[in-house]
Design a protein around this ligand. Structure first.
Ligand SMILES: C[S@@+](CC[C@H](N)C(=O)[O-])C[C@H]1O[C@@H](n2cnc3c(N)ncnc32)[C@H](O)[C@@H]1O
Length: 262
């Protein structure tokens, strides 16, 4: 049964009915539209949904891939209002943890998880991604978390956090290094890419068009990189390139950050 919403303490009867219907439909394998789920979000965050939150069908597919691959604990890097974690937990047995830099979004995500009574299978942490325990998880999820750094100001979610080219470079470099150091068999799911190249120690296990982009499941199958990396461009299949060619000044690829921060 859905519980009271943590963000505002009390749910209306209508919200309870909606949450019950959505949970039943998701658990029963029936379609739930984004409009239906988004009605449980506060209006300002509802309006941001199409651009910033993983669509229900994509979240469902990502979670199903990870469950089939044998993952157990998923870290959503930049978890927003928690749609990926909540839909994933309603449709699989996996556990989800989200780290999110905007505290109001963490409150909304906790409220959403509480509505569905997901208990300790879903949790959210307020903070920058560098504060997350990456290696306590065997799977990582990225929906283009750093894209906001390079869009026009009017396309930002809000002005409460620093958004800049410098920050983009630092965050992408941190993730690239983390991916290199992650344990073997770590799974990564990207939707619209993560913003940088994936080391070639990862294999693109499944790639498919989904939502407004491409969803890819990656598996770490080599302990070390072998001098190449993957670029996630518009094609469904990623592009393999030599790292040495990529890192040369002037060889930047549009949409993918390829050099370490200055
Ligand atoms: C495109 S949204 C994706 C939200 C969620 N993962 C989903 O799929 O529905 C990206 C989110 O990442 C967060 N984010 C971006 N950079 C971050 C960082 N360095 N640390 C923590 N959160 C970050 C943003 O605030 C935003 O909520």
């Amino acid at each position: 049964m859905p519980h009271a919403c943590a963000a505002k303490n009390v749910l209306t009867a209508l919200e309870v009915d909606r949450a019950v219907a959505i949970a039943d439909a998701l658990r029963g394998g029936r379609e739930v539209t984004d409009a239906e789920l988004d009605l449980l979000l506060p209006p300002p965050w509802r309006r941001a949904s199409a651009q910033f939150w993983t669509p229900v069908a994509v979240a469902r597919k990502a979670a199903a891939w990870l469950a089939r691959a044998g993952s157990r604990r998923v870290l959503d890097v930049g978890s927003g209002v928690g749609k990926l974690c909540v839909v994933g937990a309603l449709t699989t047995e996996l556990s989800f943890h989200g780290i999110e830099q905007r505290p109001p979004l963490v409150d909304v995500a906790r409220g959403l998880a509480a509505m569905f009574a997901l208990g300790d299978r879903v949790s959210f942490q307020s903070g920058k991604l560098q504060q997350a325990s990456f290696f306590a998880h065997d799977a990582l999820y990225f929906f283009n978390p750093f894209g906001e750094n390079v869009v026009q100001r009017e396309d930002w979610l809000d002005v409460s956090v620093e958004l800049s080219q410098e920050r983009l470079e630092k965050d992408v470099w941190f993730i690239e290094r983390t991916l290199r150091e992650a344990p073997m068999r770590t799974r990564v799911v990207t939707y619209h890419g993560y913003g940088g190249p994936l080391p070639d120690s990862y294999h693109p296990t499944v790639c498919a068009p989904a939502g407004t982009g491409v969803l890819r499941l990656w598996t770490k199958i080599h302990a070390e990189t072998r001098g190449r990396c993957w670029l996630e461009l518009d094609d469904v299949l990623p592009l393999s390139v030599a790292e040495s060619a990529l890192r040369q000044p002037g060889n930047e690829v549009e949409g993918v950050k390829t050099s370490p921060p200055r």
